[in-house]
Design a protein around this ligand. Structure first.
Ligand SMILES: Cc1cc2nc3c(=O)[nH]c(=O)nc-3n(C[C@H](O)[C@H](O)[C@H](O)COP(=O)(O)OP(=O)(O)OC[C@H]3O[C@@H](n4cnc5c(N)ncnc54)[C@H](O)[C@@H]3O)c2cc1C
Length: 424
């Protein structure tokens, strides 16, 4: 088979890949773009759980815009190997592509710990359209379902939300002492747990599944480390994702937890960029390298990579974890450093029966925020963090009822309005 030649090769075509293609096209109308995706089409991961819960009727992502991108999409095009010495990539099918510039945007893969029985029918993960279809098919033939969800992070909670819509009895098992452990503190989790319990969901913390038990190859229940037994024929393992980088071993690309990139989203191999859940970037606040697997950062990194692949030189300011979760009666926003290590941090909080707000400050700057239910100022706080505005002089007003952009000193208002916006 002879090589297919392209100017740009996008390996993975979901959020980061899509925005990269759009940025390329804004600067280069004619350069050939080939986009590979392991799936059949272009989809939005956050819609997967909504689709399962019958909240939306499609998981399609911007396919109506594809024509404007003028690219060649290769569905089912699974990358297997990137050659060390050449800009040549080989697919599982044996097809090969030679490129001038490439983007690695292969996202994350679900983490499945080696729990005995994890391979039996009825134990799933839920991060791809295929997982979702398999669960739907499986549920068609079950009566009186009861589901155990392992993991109380945001994919676990979104999975719980979907099963709540379907009227399934749910037990959520979380190893930590709180849900959403990277997004909230124990108090934030308390509101969430209460709302979930009111919605009929059982939450078990500081415990985990030690074995999936089966009868005739089918799940019959989950045995927990504490000895508790959760009967049921359906379980979803949702303890997180890790960057999908194994296929890059031996390619000469520098790998850490993810693909290590510089501020231009470029890897150590010139002309090969990475963006989204697969990329390891600098954290905006701590400066440490990490993978921030959230949608807005995948969009931003994809855009910057695309601009730079097409000849520009834009830099990425650093990743900021921002997330919103809405389950039962609780809506929660979290951004930045919300559980800082011991040190010189200042905390401002307000607490009521049904709301909680926590701001984390360091050296006069806002570095983290948790908002439970009272989320109306989320945009302002996130902008203050992102734009690194010194809040020391007006910190006493930050949690006042009437605080808003209008209360900020004029020079900051201008700065914030002109700051980079999020386009999702
Ligand atoms: C169920 C779920 C709910 C989520 N909800 C939220 C939310 O509410 N808010 C939020 O901020 N984030 C959410 N996220 C995370 C968010 O979706 C990701 O941060 C974002 O999709 C990352 O985009 P990406 O392009 O890097 O990777 P992905 O969107 O994961 O796309 C990876 C692409 O790579 C392709 N691919 C993988 N391997 C290969 C290969 N070997 N060869 C070729 N192609 C390959 C896949 O087919 C896919 O096209 C959610 C994720 C999931 C799974």
């Amino acid at each position: 088979m002879s090589d297919i030649k392209t100017r740009y090769l996008l390996v993975g075509f979901s959020v980061a890949g899509w925005w990269c293609a759009r940025a390329i096209r804004e600067r280069d109308r004619n350069g050939k773009i080939v986009a590979l995706t392991k799936e059949n089409g272009v989809y939005s991961p956050p819609l997967i759980t909504y689709y399962l819960g019958n909240k939306v009727s499609t998981i399609d992502y911007r396919s109506g815009w594809m024509e404007n991108l003028d690219l060649e999409l290769v569905p089912g095009g699974e990358a297997k190997k990137l050659e060390r010495e050449n800009n040549r990539l080989i697919l599982a099918s044996g097809e090969s592509f030679v490129f001038e510039k490439a983007l690695i945007a292969t996202g994350g893969l679900p983490i499945v710990p080696p729990i005995p029985g994890r391979e039996v029918t009825g134990v799933f993960t839920l991060t791809t359209p295929r997982d979702m279809q398999e669960i739907r098919e499986f549920m068609k033939f079950q009566e009186g379902e009861r589901v155990t969800i392992l993991g109380g992070g945001f994919i676990g909670l979104k999975t719980a939300e979907a099963f709540m819509e379907l009227g399934v009895k749910i037990t959520l098992v979380e190893l930590a002492n709180r849900l959403l452990q990277n997004m909230v503190d124990e108090r934030g989790s308390y509101y969430l747990e209460k709302a979930l319990e009111r919605a009929g969901l059982e939450v078990i913390k500081e415990d985990t599944v030690s074995e999936f038990q089966s009868r005739e190859g089918k799940l019959s229940g989950a045995l927990l480390q504490s000895g508790k037994y959760l009967p049921g024929n359906l379980a979803v393992v949702a303890i997180g994702v890790h960057p999908n980088i194994d296929w890059l071993q031996g390619s000469g690309i520098e790998l850490g937890r993810g693909v290590i990139v510089d501020e231009f989203q470029e890897s150590k191999r010139a002309g090969i960029f990475a963006a989204g859940d697969v990329a390891e970037t600098k954290n905006l606040i701590t400066g440490e390298r990490n993978v921030v697997a959230v949608w807005p950062e995948a969009v931003k990194q994809g855009k910057i990579a695309g601009e730079n692949m097409a000849g520009n030189r834009l830099s990425y300011p650093g990743s900021l974890p921002v997330n919103t979760v809405s389950v039962g009666e609780v809506t929660l926003v979290s951004a930045g450093l919300v559980n800082p290590p011991a040190g010189d941090f200042e905390f401002l909080t307000t607490v009521s029966d049904d709301s909680y707000r926590k701001l984390v400050l360091k050296d006069g700057y806002l570095v983290g925020v948790i908002l439970v239910n009272r989320i109306e100022k989320a945009g302002v706080y996130i902008n203050l963090i992102r734009q690194k505005v010194k809040v020391e002089s007006f910190k006493d007003r930050l949690l006042k009822e009437d605080f808003g952009m209008i209360n900020l000193p004029a020079e900051y208002r201008k700065h914030l309005v002109e700051g980079a916006s999020i386009e999702v």
